[in-house]
Design a protein around this ligand. Sequence first.
Ligand SMILES: Cc1cc2nc3c(=O)[nH]c(=O)nc-3n(C[C@H](O)[C@H](O)[C@H](O)COP(=O)(O)O)c2cc1C
Length: 195
Amino acid sequence: MTSSFDPQQLNELIRTRRSVFVPQFEPSKVIPDAIIWQLLENANWAPSHKRTEPWRFVVFSGAGLQRLARLQADLYQQTAGFKFNPAKHEKLLASPLQCSHVIALGLHRSDDLPEIEDVEAVACAVQNLALSAHAYGLGGFWSSGGVTYTEEAKAFFGLGSSDKLLGFFHLGYVRTPGSAGKRGPVQDKVRWVAE
Ligand SMILES: Cc1cc2nc3c(=O)[nH]c(=O)nc-3n(C[C@H](O)[C@H](O)[C@H](O)COP(=O)(O)O)c2cc1C
């Protein structure tokens, strides 16, 4: 079977995708929801063992970003204890408002698979989302900070007690591109057995 895709384009897309962080976003420039749906559709085409499709997304935009900011900051205040850091609290309040959209990344547990397979499938979905954002000329990054792994956050994102919140994908138009990426040689991570 011959492919109608250009592998060079895919190589370029994958290798030039960079995490673009909130201070690099164009403030107050909003991505059309139709594009966000394309990113979500591509995320939904990720593979999953037994087709459990464990990814669950909650999209925040407009006034929803303020709700997210308030929720994160309040939850952090309630759960941080002696580690409470006012600068972190301030950042949790401010950073969603500098994004076009923030997508909470949830994992819905399947009863008949090891948890790691659900995590793997959600990670595939998030990578589809990240590459799609890059293809549309958007910036974004996966954050697992803030309230990500707190039990208290789950209910707000429609997750049950055995489900997981894996973080947030922040999205915006790029004002300041990141520096070139860097990876160690793939040869150092591969063992090739041919005989
Ligand atoms: C599961 C996961 C969690 C991450 N969490 C954070 C985070 O909390 N804060 C952050 O600045 N970057 C986070 N990142 C982004 C990484 O810092 C980034 O991917 C890495 O530096 C490589 O850069 P690149 O994405 O431009 O190739 C996360 C990435 C992954 C895959």
